[in-house]
Design a protein around this ligand. Sequence first.
Ligand code: ATP
Length: 303
Amino acid sequence: IIQLFVPLNFLGFVYREIRRAMTDMQRMFGLLQQRPKVADAPGAADLALSPDEAGLSFDNVSFGYSGKRRILHGVSFEVPPGRKIAVVGPSGSGKSTLARLLFRFYDPDQGAVRIGGHDIRQISQDSLRRLIGVVPQDTVLFNDTLRYNLAYGRPGATQEEIERVVRLAHLDGFIAQLPEGYDTRVGERGLKLSGGEKQRVAIARALLKNPAILVFDEATSSLDSGSEQAILSAIREVAARRTALVIAHRLSTITDADQILLLDHGRIAERGSHAELLAAGGAYARLWKLQQRDGAENIPAKG
Ligand code: ATP
């Protein structure tokens, strides 16, 4: 019995590890049905970078999911290590596609994506995915305790480490008022968390993983202003000293970005800081006025 038990237990462990690594990214990109279409180059190197080395760049990147329809057209931008770039634009303009290329779920048809100056086609996918943490729009919670769901960012995390990231993610007040605290069961058969609470769990997970690069996919659904403020300051914590790419739907959440790209039909239509883009008086400035008038509405969809 012991001989049988050990391997099964081990398989369970392996399975949980794989699930841990895959779920957030798949969830973020809706890739549950998709297989990666890329493979490691022969002799691909493992790349480990500290946050102050992990700048990223897109160099004249063009890409289409199928040969027929091009989605990105000659996109170039550079994010120095530790800086924050935000991407805004109408639905379908290619924002998530940029993030998928950064993860190398696909290779560009032209141009290159680089991290720390290395073309990501030359580095192992394992190490690439270790470098990048994701806060998806809609986080998966397992039918398990809150502690399990939090520690999933780094198996083996201590209670102290968990409590630290919970404070940074502004979840401590929420957990303190739960009668069972960290042992509260959440997920399908447990306590249902709100969208804002779930996103803060995702932020805590990302903080535990401690990646050099962070991709944050802002939830499209509007949150009440209390949750939005809590999430905003949590994002600032998680993005501090890391290279961050934020896919934003509300301009109010990205006014502090070092650079903002406005994508339109897969092209960078405008770029600059919030102040520069307002001063330029173009599409970004118009969107800003619209969102100020309508409250924190999402960017209107456009065909
Ligand atoms: P949203 O704000 O609605 O999330 P987005 O700007 O992130 O939109 P993308 O998801 O990057 O837009 O999609 C850009 C275009 O690529 C869209 O026209 C979309 O239909 C198309 N597209 C996205 N994923 C695929 C796919 N797997 N296969 C084919 N086309 C795709």
